[in-house]
Design a protein around this ligand. Structure first.
Ligand code: ATP
Ligand code: MG
Ligand code: MG
Ligand code: MG
Length: 349
């Protein structure tokens, strides 16, 4: 029989809407002769909802699926839904971005339920979600990165953090909530007043902040796929449509251009692919991850920006496009991820 592929989407994070769009693309592309697709949406309140309408649509020869899925349908109990009924094997595909999805929490639940799931495990998910912790571990492994400082809410006044930042990093800087994605909560600050605002803004999303020197560099991303022996895709470059690659640029106006493969000297594309797989293994990733770099030409060269363990996954997103350019189609990529999830589960259990 077909494998039950439980597609988890939505989620209680600021990236909820992005995930709903991703889920619709995956359902439309996944091979329905191989998988019984079960879309389960998580509301912003954390309730699990099986999308019966989408399941009914998937039973049709030509399913009419919306562009974005809603967590609407029958409320289900998470563990019972994961276990399913009968003895049909299940693989879970978590397409959740940000906290309570990409950060090891859902992965921990899936470990306890003893089901195979796509992507990184608990430790790696939590580590990559927390930009400060990821930087610390990457630095320990000698991975080149930009200069940065960490701040925890309640450990000082905004005014003194502004002073310290300017003294240690200069201006401009990027201020980020440590645990988020899709550029939510991130701003570039050019002067002390903007910096104070940026700090207050980021603190609305997280109690830990990362403040980084703003590097003048090209933005290059590599898609990594595999478990213990990961492979790197060709590199891709982002040319932001505004001052930086912000939320609007990513999802609203789509003004950013993706250049695939990135125009790089062969030695530099080899180098960044090698760095990407090293970082993937260093941060204990499995399944998939998109490793984002800055390329400071004529300066420090490659600097790690961050690792996304559940990268954007619509057909127009960087991760699947990089694999497509590397010879793996979108449906074949889904198959490979499911295989990797089963392999990892078999080894660990
Ligand atoms: P994602 O959607 O990839 O998860 P994110 O929310 O985790 O994004 P970052 O990738 O850290 O955020 O930053 C978002 C964007 O801000 C980057 O793609 C880049 O355009 C810009 N940016 C971030 N940090 C810096 C920096 N130190 N110097 C220059 N530009 C930066
Ligand atoms: Mg990110
Ligand atoms: Mg992200
Ligand atoms: Mg990023």
């Amino acid at each position: 029989g077909r494998l039950r592929l439980l597609v988890l989407f939505g989620g209680a994070s600021a990236e909820h809407d992005v995930s709903c769009v991703t889920a619709a693309h995956v359902l439309a592309a996944a091979d329905r002769t191989k998988y019984e697709l079960i879309p389960v949406g998580i509301t912003t309140g954390g309730t699990w909802i099986r999308n019966d309408k989408a399941i009914a649509a998937l039973a049709e020869a030509t399913p009419a699926l919306p562009d974005s899925l809603e967590p609407a349908g029958t409320e289900v109990e998470p563990l019972a839904e994961i276990a399913g009924e009968g003895d049909r094997p299940t693989v879970v595909l978590p397409l959740l971005h940000g906290p309570h999805g990409e950060d090891g929490t859902v992965q921990g639940m899936l470990e306890l339920a003893n089901v195979p799931y796509v992507g990184s495990g608990v430790l790696s998910s939590a580590l990559c979600m927390d930009k400060a912790m990821a930087k610390i571990v990457a630095a320990q492994a000698g991975i080149p990165q930009c200069r940065w400082i960490e701040f925890r809410a309640g450990t000082g006044e905004t005014a003194s953090l502004v002073e310290r930042t300017i003294a240690e990093l200069g201006l401009p800087v990027f201020v980020k909530p440590a645990n988020l994605g899709s550029s939510v909560g991130i701003s570039k600050a050019h002067d002390a007043a903007e910096l104070a605002e940026a700090i207050e803004f980021a603190l609305r999303y997280d109690e830990v902040l990362v403040i980084e020197e703003a590097v003048t560099a090209r933005e290059v991303e590599v898609a990594v796929l595999g478990n213990l022996f990961p492979e790197a895709s060709v590199a891709g470059e982002i040319r932001p449509g505004s001052e930086f690659y912000d939320y609007e640029d990513k999802y609203v106006n789509g003004a950013a251009a993706l250049v695939i493969p990135a125009e790089l000297p062969p030695a530099e594309s080899d180098r960044v692919q090698e760095l990407a797989t090293t970082i993937f293994s260093t941060l204990r990733c499995s399944g998939m991850a998109r490793v984002d770099f800055f390329y400071e030409e004529g300066g420090r060269g490659w600097l790690l920006n961050e690792v996304n363990t559940i990268p954007g996954f619509t057909a127009a997103s960087m991760y699947p496009k990089l694999w497509e350019a590397s010879g793996l189609s979108y449906p074949a990529l889904i198959d490979r991820l499911v295989e990797l999830a089963s392999e990892r589960h078999a080894i660990r259990s």
